[in-house]
Design a protein around this ligand. Structure first.
Ligand code: SF4
Ligand code: SF4
Length: 57
């Protein structure tokens, strides 16, 4: 399943977007957002997030 960012937890640090190999993560209005069409479930972002805001849907 594509990964999802919890907007309530996300601090918009950008760390996840920097490591995503498929450029699936973009900056949204208040939090970063993952495009499910581009996410390949590699898990790189989950490991990188300092506040554990990312999980597999
Ligand atoms: S799981 Fe991988 S491909 Fe999907 S958003 Fe995270 S880093 Fe990008
Ligand atoms: S690494 Fe975590 S806190 Fe930082 S932008 Fe991504 S989801 Fe938000």
């Amino acid at each position: 399943m594509p990964h999802v960012i919890d907007a309530e937890q996300c601090t918009a640090c950008g760390a996840c977007a920097a490591v995503c190999p498929s450029e699936a993560i973009a900056e949204g209005v208040d939090a970063y957002v993952i495009d499910p069409e581009q996410c390949n479930d590699c898990d790189a972002c989950t490991v990188e997030c300092p506040v554990e805001a990312i999980s597999a849907a």
